[in-house]
Design a protein around this ligand. Sequence first.
Ligand SMILES: Cc1cc2nc3c(=O)[nH]c(=O)nc-3n(C[C@H](O)[C@H](O)[C@H](O)COP(=O)(O)O)c2cc1C
Length: 185
Amino acid sequence: MRIIVGVTGASGSLYAYTLIRTLHQLGIETHVIATKTGEKVLQYECGVNINDMKQFAEVHDDSNLFAPVASGSFKTDGMVIVPCSMNTLGAIANGIGDTLVTRAANVAMKEKRNLIIVPREAPFHLIHLQNMTKLAEANVSIMPASPGFYHQPKEIWELINFIVSRILDALNIDHKLIERWGEKQ
Ligand SMILES: Cc1cc2nc3c(=O)[nH]c(=O)nc-3n(C[C@H](O)[C@H](O)[C@H](O)COP(=O)(O)O)c2cc1C
């Protein structure tokens, strides 16, 4: 299995860091593309340098449109953009693919592969909502970074794992990250 993870300059890079480490633990080939601001927010919020990700995944430069993930002929099982800025979301919703993150997302859409976008902004303005509607109409899964609280979390990692587990579910990847509602592990 092969997954692409895009990391952009929205808040919530801990979701991306946790997802990438979990994919590695599950033995899944992972390709990471961080935007320039994505790299900076990851460093600021998590104290993690993008180069630290190289132990878990293949890391591509967002400006490298020659990377394998820029082509539809490079087969993948899906792409997640987490967290997704309104900037990157707006570009993808309008067919723009001038960076590796936006190009790889366009590829996922044209090849009818699973694309999951985890937007983070508050509040949304009308154009954000219109862009998300456009993407949803094009079969993109919009998964807001808004964890549930019905599992009565005590610590931040439980909220993070809630969203990461929903992303893994959407990618059809088996995991035991959380206890499922109605099931005891
Ligand atoms: C600390 C920090 C947090 C940010 N949080 C968000 C956010 O939650 N959502 C968002 O859409 N933009 C956020 N931004 C603004 C984006 O980083 C900015 O729009 C940037 O151009 C996005 O570029 P990218 O899409 O190439 O990553 C944040 C910026 C900084 C510095």
